[in-house]
Design a protein around this ligand. Structure first.
Ligand SMILES: CC(C)(COP(=O)(O)OP(=O)(O)OC[C@H]1O[C@@H](n2cnc3c(N)ncnc32)[C@H](O)[C@@H]1OP(=O)(O)O)[C@@H](O)C(=O)NCCC(=O)NCCS
Length: 195
């Protein structure tokens, strides 16, 4: 997922979760992610407290500013301070190593995900997949029926593997070609209601 255009009118984000997002999901990944020490525990949840939120933004800065250079020095925008926006972290053995953001759009039932980022040294250990699954599940549990995202072309296959489908043709988005993609959340909401 990528980003909405940067705005200078950034409002400071909330320091603690404001929405009833689901509890953390947790899994164990293999030794390659953990180095010589063995397995790592990966947990996804909404960022808790000001310090963790800063770590969350640091992951985004490192990936979208330093690595990809989509933004100059700061990728935050007005969405970060908007009510209803969720900042989700992926923790590996307690350290914030991945991030994603999600929020409801004006159209009822439609959520958007963006700013998906995993630190380069932590990639290909399913952290990104966990973050996307957590975002999808959370949007569904908060009443969303559909989620959309603007996806960099190099990541379209990654999203397809996670059940997303393409909508329309690629188009420039924030200076880079992106593919709009979507996933239906109704099944998530219904299965939650059925419990
Ligand atoms: C895209 C990104 C979030 C993926 O995170 P990740 O933790 O490396 O991905 P995962 O390990 O969860 O990948 C899950 C599976 O998808 C595959 N995969 C990962 N990235 C892929 C890609 N770009 N294309 C195709 N397959 C991909 C993995 O090999 C893995 O396959 P497996 O289940 O057979 O092992 C990460 O590469 C990243 O942060 N990139 C830079 C920022 C970025 O591009 N953000 C998205 C903007 S749209």
């Amino acid at each position: 997922m990528s980003s909405v255009p940067s705005s200078r009118s950034f409002a400071p984000p909330k320091a603690a979760p404001a929405s009833p997002s689901p509890p953390a999901t947790e899994t164990t990944v293999g030794s390659a992610a953990a180095g010589a020490s063995g397995a790592s525990v990966v947990a996804c949840r909404e960022a808790v407290g000001a310090e963790e939120l800063e770590e969350y933004f640091a992951v985004r800065r490192r990936v979208f500013c330093d690595e990809q250079r989509v933004f100059d020095r700061d990728d935050r925008d007005e969405r970060d301070g908007a009510p209803g926006t969720l900042h989700v972290v992926a923790l590996l053995d307690g350290r914030v190593e991945g991030a994603v953001r999600l929020y409801p759009l004006d159209e009822p039932g439609v959520w958007k995900g963006d700013r998906l980022a995993v630190l380069p040294e932590r990639r290909v250990h399913r952290v990104g997949a966990m973050l996307v699954s957590f975002a999808v599940r959370t949007a569904g549990e908060l009443g969303g029926r559909r989620m959309i995202a603007q996806i960099q072309l190099a990541n379209v296959r990654f999203f397809e593997l996670l059940g997303w489908r393409r909508e329309g043709e690629p188009a420039p988005y924030h200076g880079l070609p992106h593919q709009r993609m979507t996933i239906v959340l109704a099944a998530v909401s219904q299965s939650r209601q059925a419990r």
